[in-house]
Design a protein around this ligand. Sequence first.
Ligand code: R1P
Ligand code: URA
Length: 284
Amino acid sequence: MLNKLTASELVLNEDGSVYHLNLLPEDIAEKIILVGDPDRVAKVSKYFDSVEIRKNKREFYTHTGTLRGERITVMSTGIGTENIDIVMNELDALVNIDLKQKEFKTEHTSLKLFRMGTCGSVNPDVQVDNMLVTQNVVGLDGLMHFYQDYHFENEFSKNFYEKFPYENIKPMLYFSEWSEELGELYKDAKYHGNTATFPGFYAPQGRQLRLKALDDQFLETLNDLGITNFEMETSAIYAFSKLLGHKAITVNNVIANRRRGEFSSDHHASEKNLIEWVLERIIK
Ligand code: R1P
Ligand code: URA
């Protein structure tokens, strides 16, 4: 490579770790569980045989250890795709950039990324306290429009884009899909669906406290376009994985049924179920 990355492009801490995640290349495994909530990290790593790395900075908490003899990492991303921009670029840098030389490596390493989160359903029949695997995703957060080479289209996205009625939001839309290979691991989930990822929890997801949302019919409209559930990270995780050559899959616990106005009566119990269900399937 001709040009080295500058110090302001690839920002490192004094110990050579990547700026926000605060990690060195040897701190992560190639299988990584991504959770939103920092408190979920220890709830996952308590199942590991042992934990060798515990590091954190801001909302990014990382534990790496082994489970049934296999090396595995669990990391919190915090909330939102703007954090996923950081997580995906810095994780990729840890494996595909020589941090000391600040040059791209010639050999590519592909990570396996498993998001384990929570979501709200907009299909009235998708019940709370069940797991929903994201097959297709639409990002309404606009992030990938800042990257030159990103474009993804399939039958789902073409239909969604054509019929999406909100002209002011339409320019922000981008699409992606799961890694089919990782999807095989989650074949027996209760639900498989199409997820909408939003840049907010309230009006962007049709919630109205003291402020009115764009349209009273927002949930129904998105459900009519084939959307099953809402959350705040998957579009960017899937899109970056396609761009950077990683594999990703999301399974979320449905904690809210937005059409019926229901919220999980014990989301801690369903979170525990989800953790055990995922670990059972990703480490044989
Ligand atoms: C909102 O409460 C948060 O919960 C969901 C959303 O995507 C957003 O991050 O996921 P996590 O439970 O993984 O954080
Ligand atoms: N996370 C979200 O983003 N939305 C919900 O309704 C529940 C969890």
